[in-house]
Design a protein around this ligand. Sequence first.
Ligand code: ATP
Ligand code: MG
Length: 420
Amino acid sequence: MNRIQKPKGTLDILPADIGLWQYIENTVRDIAKTHGFSEIRMPTFEATELFCRGVGDTTDVVGKEMYTFIDKDGSSLSLRPEGTAGVARSVIENGLYAGAMPLKLFYLSNFFRREKPQAGRSREFWQFGTELYGSSLPEADAQVILLAHGLFKKLGLTKVTLRINSIGCPECRPSYRKALLDYFSQYESQLCDTCRERLQKNPLRVLDCKSPICSGIAKDAPKTLEHLCDGCESHFEKLKSLLDECGIEYVVDPSIVRGLDYYTGTVFEFTVDSIGAQSTVCGGGRYDGLLQSIGGPEMPAVGFGMGITRLIQAMKDENLVPEIDSGCDIYIAPLGENASKKAFVLAQKLRESGVSAETDICSRSLKAQMKYADKAGAKFVLVIGDNEIDEGVSELRNMKSGERVKVELSIEDIINKVKA
Ligand code: ATP
Ligand code: MG
């Protein structure tokens, strides 16, 4: 029979790796809490129109990479390719914009993009994302940047570079758009098909193209920072001074424009060179027009998305994978029918008291059980046979030190010795 394989570009996260994922997720939740962000969970699929309007259909993410299907009632649905549009929809639909401001939300979710799978790029991937609504001040930009920075620091990463830029607001964008259009038009015949197509619709997208020819041309394109209005310029200056005050190092990188249409003003990325071509671990910025573009009130917002698999790669490269203890506290090895029953009940009582306990459920020999206990990383092993049951005592073996101590076959005594 043919074996069925996972779809191309998807990942199995196996028990051997899950400890690291959970460690990262716990650290994310801790740091989000210290910054006052609450968790939100959105649907895995949404109306396709949400992403077309919110993210923009000239973007690769929506225009080319979305998993879209027609539901039985004829409506078009798409697997979420990113989190910001879904959160924005939820903020509107649930009236969260009318509550306490600023509204600070985060998610740890999976997303779907039909991209070419490669290291650091899969078709289903995970992001830690934040969304801060209700403040147009640079302090809000700084707070989300500080949160991402704080997470990298807490995880022990040292080779992360923060890159910031401003891509201007609706006031300064038209003059920049014109400068870009003038510049790229000179090279129109050399641009890739997609860029030629999007040049008129959204010349900013050409700056984000990954083809070597387009990115070569884009290198000398006019820079957004030279076209900022006074408001955007002072906002950017204030952001830099806040980062300076907090001792956060950054590089002003005019090449950062981000791939999604909703960004306005501040944009930023955190990159780690050692993880290869997909070096952006985190990308974000301000999107003051998004809520209104999908039918909500006018409300400024800023946030980021951080790729968990790239974060994991960066941690592996810096040898930061923590020792994760997944073994049980105690393995009870029974010998014979009577002991089996006793061990089964004992293990369950121990679990009820919060001790992780295992026993034989495969009717194996003592030797095979000891081998299993060792593989399963049991900290203690307790062997019980008829004699031990009669006498009410046995020996508890510490699997690490080899030390053996007498223990009564009572829950209390076992817990005392295991937890000592
Ligand atoms: P890239 O330029 O690498 O394609 P992007 O600009 O498309 O990234 P965003 O949409 O801003 O990325 O997503 C934020 C982060 O999510 C990225 O910086 C990256 O760490 C991660 N990410 C995005 N797409 C993928 C993917 N296909 N596989 C794994 N991680 C991804
Ligand atoms: Mg991308």
